[in-house]
Design a protein around this ligand. Structure first.
Ligand code: DUC
Ligand code: ZN
Ligand code: ZN
Ligand code: ZN
Length: 499
């Protein structure tokens, strides 16, 4: 028979408002939201949400499950990674198809689908990395948009020789994204500066994890962020800055918005919940555990600063860049920080960390919390209202949240397939009592029961109204014309020949 679920007595929290209501789901879809729905079905499983919040499940905009990287593979695969996501209240991830130069985007997309589909426990989607430029890429982008449900592409200004694009290539990629109605995402760090300065750092004998941050300080991120926004604005293309890690990068995003550009900023759980002082930790394994690109910042006031901007609307939505490596993988860089696989955890703890540092700390209200953890992601990536809202007709991806209960984050109890947690010891208010994916209870008071391979690939259509409305309007206004005037007829000075 149909799968029926009634969530009784809770307070529904959407991005726009909070209200008391029961939520009735059937076959993975929210069918009714309203008061006193117990008469709706006699054979529904009933869960009591009295005194609790009923929120749309989290959408993590940025993960790298089982990414082949630094000669190894990220420890959380699509099974462990999505299981950890669900355990923490995230019911959808958007991962990245990401390979090196000259690789076929289409073939890689199929390869990633092959990895993910048999393993994913929650719904998911893919961004695709554009790491080189050519006719084939240009064509593949169109096919990915029209046939494969991809509406976002990530370009890199860092990882020289591996992923990095030159500015002219970045501009072409922006123009193509705009043509296709796809969203242009940018990893903004200056890859040339990083390459030169990291070599210098090693020569100076600074080979430990602190060198990773010292050779790419936050100005290196701020410069690339401003440059990417400048280039996007020149071709009137909306732009999405992934992993905004520093005050400098956040300020570049704010400056872009202030000038009227369509810029989205995505801070991640790591930079909202911890900081780069950890690179100076006496224990190498501890310090290396935090190595990621861009790095966390040693200025300890950064997390609260970024959270404040996120609360205000200066930054927009959150992901994690979840890309985990075990201590023995991190040890590939034991004598040279350049070889430490870049990546940290986050997919399991993002919802709790943002509740703790955002809502519990008094910086944001529950509606804004839902916006930055779910709704805005759904809107920007064009899967709203299928995702990101508790409403009739939407997918039954739901979290029943206890805002007062606490838990202490630890690698001992997390669901990641990795032996380290960057939030170790952080006590968080706010825990997911129940997590519901496709109308099925997959987390029940700490008991995690997921179904391998049950997650669906969610195709996304181009031209999100949110992303493109202002741009399309501006294109109509901006029609430059040459001034009509008499041709110049005066004397012409003969310049001396160039020596
Ligand atoms: N940064 C990371 O730390 N890991 C994956 C890719 C990236 O850009
Ligand atoms: Zn990146
Ligand atoms: Zn240690
Ligand atoms: Zn990433």
């Amino acid at each position: 028979g149909p799968r029926r679920l009634l969530i009784k007595g809770g307070t529904v929290v959407n991005a726009d408002r909070k209200f008391r209501a029961d939520v009735y789901c059937e076959d993975g879809i929210i069918r009714k939201v309203g008061c006193d729905l117990e008469g709706v079905s006699s054979d529904a499983k009933v869960v009591d949400a009295t005194g609790k919040l009923v929120m749309p499940g989290g959408i993590d905009t940025h993960t790298h499950m089982q990414l082949p990287f630094f000669g190894t593979t990220a420890a959380d695969d699509f099974y462990h990674g999505t299981r950890a996501a669900l355990a923490g209240g995230t019911t959808m991830i958007i991962d990245f198809v990401l390979g090196g130069k000259n690789q076929s985007l289409l073939k890689m997309y199929e390869q990633w689908r092959g990895w993910a589909d048999p393993k994913v426990c929650c719904d998911y989607s893919f961004h695709v990395g554009v790491t080189w430029w050519g006719e084939e890429v240009y064509q593949d982008m169109a096919t990915l948009v029209s046939d494969k449900g991809v509406n976002s592409f990530k370009m890199f200004l860092a990882y020289k020789d591996l992923f990095m694009l030159r500015d002219d290539e970045l501009m072409k990629a922006f123009m193509r994204c705009k043509e296709l109605g796809a969203l242009a995402q940018v990893h903004a760090e200056n890859g040339d500066l990083i390459a030169a300065q990291s070599e210098k750092m090693i020569k100076l004998g600074i080979t430990g994890p602190e060198g990773h941050e010292m050779c790419r300080p936050e100005e290196v991120e701020g410069e690339a962020t401003a440059r990417a926004i400048t280039i996007a604005s020149q071709v009137n293309c909306p732009i999405y800055i992934v992993h905004v890690m520093s005050k400098s990068a956040a300020q570049a995003v704010m400056r872009g918005k202030e000038k009227g550009h369509v810029v989205f900023g995505e801070p991640i759980a790591a930079c909202l919940g911890t900081d780069g002082t950890n690179y100076w930790h006496k224990c190498w394994r501890h310090a290396a555990g935090y190595v990621m690109g861009p790095p966390l910042r040693p200025d300890p006031s950064t997390p609260r600063y970024l959270m404040t901007l996120l609360a205000n609307g200066d930054l927009d939505l959150t992901g994690t860049d979840n890309c985990t490596f075990n201590a023995d993988q991190k040890a590939l860089g034991a004598s040279d920080f350049r070889k430490i696989p870049n990546g940290v955890n986050g997919v399991e703890d993002r919802m709790s960390v943002i509740w703790e540092k955002g809502v519990h700390a008094g910086l944001m209200d529950p509606c804004r919390y839902v916006a930055v953890t779910s709704t805005t992601a759904a809107r920007v990536f064009n899967i709203y209202p299928q995702k990101g809202v508790i409403a009739e007709g939407s997918d039954a991806d739901i979290v029943v949240w206890d805002p007062e209960a606490t838990r202490t984050i630890s690698a001992k109890t997390h669901h990641h397939n990795v032996d380290f947690n960057i939030f170790e010891g952080l006590e968080c208010h706010g825990i997911p009592l129940l997590v519901i994916s496709q109308g099925r209870v997959v987390v029940d008071h700490g008991k995690v029961e997921v179904v391998r391979g049950s997650g669906r690939y969610i195709p996304r259509k181009p031209y999100s109204e949110v992303v493109y409305s202002r741009i399309l309007q501006r294109d109509k206004v901006w029609v430059p014309e040459a001034v009509e005037r008499e041709p110049y007829s005066g004397p012409v000075i003969q310049l001396p020949p160039v020596q």
